[in-house]
Design a protein around this ligand. Sequence first.
Ligand code: NAD
Ligand code: ZN
Length: 358
Amino acid sequence: MKFRNFPMVSRVVYGRGSFDQLGEIIAPKRQGNAPFIFFVDDVFEKRESLTKHIPLEGKDKIIFVNTTDEPKTKQVDALRDELRKEFGIVSGIIGIGGGSILDLAKAVALMMANEGSSVQYQGWDLVKVAGVYHAGIPTISGTGAEVSRTAVLTGPEKKLGLNSDYTTFDQVILDPALVKGVPKNQHFFTGMDCYIHCIESLNGTYLNAFSKSYGEKSEEMCEHVYLNKSVWDDESDEELMMASWQGGMSIAYSQVGVAHAISYGMAFVLGTHHGVGNSIVFNYLEEYYPAGVEKFHEMIRKWDIDLPKNVCANCTNEQFNTMINVSLGMAPLWENALGKNWRDIMTPEKLRKLYERM
Ligand code: NAD
Ligand code: ZN
């Protein structure tokens, strides 16, 4: 048995208002007059309360990024090419936003130092050269992208991450004040990504004490904010931010499961975003995660969430087949969820029936 030797985020700051320390944190990483590039979700373009705290110096540049679509390989390649053309080298890439921006920042930082297209690096341990310095600052909680060793990208053939020891952030700033203003449904769906990470990790065959220690705490915090509390307050933002981190740590040493495998297929064909896609799928997984799904239904009712329904209603045969192939291609997720004989349990026919319900 060979045990995996995981990289961790090298440095992390936690605290309300800690975003203000960004300038002093990155100053020692500045290389001559090579700029820092800030990828910022364009939802903040007009929100000066955030942008005025971005510590610009010299040739530093803010690039506002629209996240209507989740990050794509060609977007990463284009940004890398533009930055190389404009600046040659950069001191680092700082991502400020949700999972989409965090993954984009990680991927561009890697591609600044690696040749070719990011498509070539979608997979496990294909990146052999360290990228430039990269820091992540989440503004919505749940994905665990702030702590993971992957940057999920949609490419021409697959939605798959750049999973490597160089992907993990060098620095993360966890400032719960930044999540103020996230629309209710969106915040719920991204939060459910975290809850689903816990349920899938804790009920998987890959579970071990390392993953369990993080997964249980994260699940407890999710249930506290979504089931036990009746108002969403500062404490909720603080707890969910840490639940996201712990949930990410939990799956690092185990794996996600059925909801993620099915929602990846859906995302590839229909472009459904990660959090909402997982929620749409998880809603129907009572056979696999009975206790988790029951609590999920309770959370949906309690927070009065509009969960999209019938998203696959107009899918063609070809689309169903692509979804099924993409989903069944995620072997480790299925093996974690259902064991080594998962192919006998989750047949293409059974999966098609599940998609048809969604
Ligand atoms: P997101 O980054 O796509 O953002 C969702 C929406 O929330 C966007 O419209 C954004 O503008 C808005 N938003 C973000 N912060 C806000 C704020 N403070 N105020 C108002 N609006 C705000 O959503 P996400 O769910 O965080 O991330 C999904 C992405 O993360 C997907 O691309 C998925 O593949 C990826 N992901 C990565 C990992 C990983 O380990 N790398 C894990 C899970 C998911
Ligand atoms: Zn997820």
